[in-house]
Design a protein around this ligand. Structure first.
Ligand SMILES: [Fe+2]
Length: 187
């Protein structure tokens, strides 16, 4: 999450009048940041799905796509409740993770090894979302935005459940199959 919007700085880095000053500003920037991330994920998940082989992983990515669309709508509801303008601010962190995901897909052949890589990338996405929703939930509580806090808690819980499910898929089969494929390739 960015703590300051770069367009609010002049060429010498001096912060101008509409910069991030308080907790509410940080909260609003955080909402716009995760809004960008969730929206981009609705476009990236189908690509990950197309590149996955394991039926369990494909199924998880499919569920994540509908969950992510729900998270976008929930954020729009939060914008409505708080009166914050529903605009997305590019999240550089999520952009970086997704760039890494794309190169990982390019560097691997379709199969278990690519699946293991997709899970690794997807879990980085989930952990970023967990950190962001956790922070925004705490901010909302402090700001007395209880309704918003409970909406954010719903998304936070869903991200945590998805992360745990991905760990299960990796540990149950994919990592050991990928390791075996590795051993075969190296003999
Ligand atoms: Fe999400």
């Amino acid at each position: 999450m960015r703590t300051q919007i770069s367009k609010n700085e002049n060429s010498k880095g001096a912060v101008q009048a509409n910069a991030t000053h308080g907790l509410r500003d940080l909260f609003e920037v955080g909402l716009k940041d995760i809004y960008w991330a969730e929206k981009v994920l609705t476009k990236t998940l189908p690509k990950m799905m197309k590149n996955a082989s394991s039926p369990e992983l494909v199924n998880s990515l499919k569920n994540q796509l509908s969950e992510t669309k729900e998270h976008v709508s929930r954020l729009e509801k939060i914008f409505e409740v708080t009166g914050v303008e529903a605009t997305a601010i590019k999240c550089e962190a999520m952009g970086g993770i997704l760039k890494e995901t794309n190169s990982l897909i390019r560097q691997t052949d379709i199969g278990v090894v690519r699946d293991a890589g997709i899970i690794a990338a997807d879990q980085k996405v989930k952990h970023y979302e967990i950190a962001t929703y956790g922070t925004l939930h705490a901010f909302a509580k402090t700001l007395g935005e209880d309704k918003v806090a409970s909406l954010l808690a719903m998304s936070l819980d869903e991200e945590k459940r998805t992360d745990a499910a991905l760990t299960g898929i990796a540990l149950n089969a994919i990592n050991s199959q990928a390791h075996r494929a590795d051993a075969i390739t190296n003999t």
